[in-house]
Unconditional design. Structure first.
Length: 487
């Protein structure tokens, strides 16, 4: 008979926490409990990847209808009905949440629908007042979006709020240049919203390959997004008598295609959700937007969790410091996922959860492998990436760069200017492919497969030996024969 109520108490019912709990219980036979204060499924399922991707799909249909005419179809473009979409979206999220609950139940995990905090190395306190003891505690509480400390920043929304909007705004300012900012710029633009994006740096998607992010930025502008780099927000206030500067159209209106304009005019539902907001930017410009979205990063959920009190070490941004086995400074307490701020991606949190169970419950110490993680940014077009950017690779060693950019068959036929990019960064010495960067429709699907080859340590010559699949966009990845430059 164990001296503890549970072998494992997991705090947080997102992708990482749920996976660890059900594998520990279902496969390792551990007695497990999990507490979740919000909805099961966490950021990814409830307010992140899943609803975001469904919104990407929704936003792409306007373009599909436009292109269909070039293929002989007589389809009529109608308005986008946000309420109809939102209702279906909510039904799908309810379904997925139930799937997560059932998975836990099916594995024999006890669940507590309440907030839990750490009260000791082996003790968890529930908001209901109960205390539970556990041999091991796993913190998987994720993160939350943060606003900058701009005056009146509370007037702006964050990504969590998008899915609950009563109606879409007519005009939207997005602040930030990371994943969330760029993905929502594409989504909202596709849904007919006039999108302006301010990014403080010189180019969006900092850290990714320069050529790849350059093409994404150019494509975003071509599609009608008014992307301003080297620009930030300095002041904001409710637009009123004192702040009457009115929005008079974006700089890219002139360059915008007739299709984008038409789509925007058809956005019949557009109205301001919380009243217009006056914004002053770092370059002195004053504009009024119906809505401002801050996509300015996320912080780990460690506040008031009782962590430091029991000896768990936190980093500068509040993230839990862990070793390669996800163990904190308190041996019985582990942490996985965004709360540790290592690589903040759902599949990584899941892997960290699995490695934790291997280590602690299956007697097989397994460090988490964070090397060569493929990922996709669901901008329009998408960007898929694995390994080193050209810039990082050439700092490391001499490299050859293979790169091609072209107009893909499907959209070129419809008369669109869209271009795609395929790029390989190759070590001159070992011939290994150090990085692969794809900007193209469905780049996320492509990079998953390229990721396997690159994780296996494939050389450029292995790519060359592979026969092309024709006619596809991705065949170019095996037909690039001559480096465009060495560095
Ligand atoms: P990111 O950290 O990717 O981007 C934050 C952006 O906000 C950066 O452009 C940053 O600028 C800018 N910023 C930060 N502070 C300020 C400020 N005070 N004023 C103006 N701009 C500011 O965060 P996100 O919120 O976009 O995404 C969080 C994480 O979620 C990502 O890192 C990713 O791991 C994950 N994610 C993954 C997705 C996917 O896999 N497709 C999708 C969405 C999220 P600067 O570059 O100068 O620092």
């Amino acid at each position: 008979m164990s001296q503890f109520d549970y072998d494992l108490f997991v705090i947080g019912g997102g992708s990482g926490g749920v996976r660890a709990a059900r594998v520990a219980a279902g496969e390792a036979g551990a007695k497990v409990a999990l507490a979740e204060e919000d909805r099961y499924g966490g950021t990814c399922v409830i307010r992140g990847c899943v609803p975001k991707k469904l919104m990407v799909f929704a936003s792409e249909y306007a373009g599909v209808v436009e292109d269909a005419a070039s293929y002989g179809w007589d389809l009529k473009q109608g308005p986008f009905d946000w309420h109809s979409f939102q209702t279906r979206l909510n039904t799908e999220l309810d379904r997925l949440e139930q799937v997560y609950r059932n998975l836990l139940k099916g594995s024999g995990v006890d669940t507590f629908d309440t907030r839990a905090t750490v009260a000791g190395p082996h003790e968890v306190k529930l908001a209901t007042g109960e205390t539970k003891s556990a041999k091991h505690i796993l913190i998987a509480t994720g993160g939350h979006p943060v606003r900058p400390d701009t005056v009146n920043a509370q007037l702006g929304i964050v990504s969590d709020d998008i899915f609950h909007l009563e109606s879409l705004p007519k005009s939207l300012l997005i602040v930030g240049g990371g994943y969330i900012a760029c993905e929502f710029a594409g989504i909202m633009n596709g849904l007919g919203v006039e999108v302006t994006q301010y990014y403080r740096g010189a180019q969006i998607l900092r850290g990714f390959d320069d050529e790849a992010r350059g093409l994404v930025a150019e494509s975003m502008r071509e599609r009608g997004i008014d992307l301003r780099v080297g620009t930030n927000i300095v002041e904001m206030a409710p637009a009123g008598d004192d702040h009457t500067a009115s929005w008079t159209g974006t700089a890219s209106d002139a360059a915008m295609g007739a299709d984008v304009k038409q789509r925007r005019e058809m956005q019949t539902e557009a109205k301001d959700a919380n009243g217009p907001i006056w914004v002053k930017s770092t370059n002195g410009g004053e504009r009024v937007f119906d809505m401002v979205l801050f996509a300015t990063g996320r912080d780990p959920n460690t506040k008031d969790m009782g962590l430091e009190e029991v000896g768990v070490k936190l980093g500068r941004r509040g993230q839990i410091e862990v070793d390669a086995y996800s163990q904190t400074a308190v041996p019985s307490i582990y942490a996985i996922g965004d709360v540790t701020d290592r690589v903040n991606l759902t599949p990584v949190a899941i892997r960290e959860g699995m490695a934790f169970v291997e280590t602690v419950f299956k007697g097989n110490p397994t460090p988490v492998d964070h090397d060569l993680i493929p990922s996709a940014i669901f901008t329009q077009p998408e960007m898929g990436t694995v390994g080193l950017s050209e810039e990082d690779a050439r700092d490391q060693e001499p490299v050859e760069i293979y790169c091609t950019s072209f107009r893909p068959m499907q959209t070129a036929f419809a008369g669109r200017p869209d271009r795609v990019l395929m790029k390989l960064v190759v070590s001159k010495e070992t011939r290994k492919v150090l990085g692969c960067h794809i900007v193209a429709p469905h780049a996320g699907e492509m990079i998953q497969l390229a990721g396997i080859a690159i994780k296996m340590g494939t050389t450029k010559e292995d790519f060359d030996r592979t026969v092309a699949v024709h006619p596809t966009m991705s065949e170019e990845i095996v037909t690039m024969r001559t480096p465009i430059r060495t560095a």
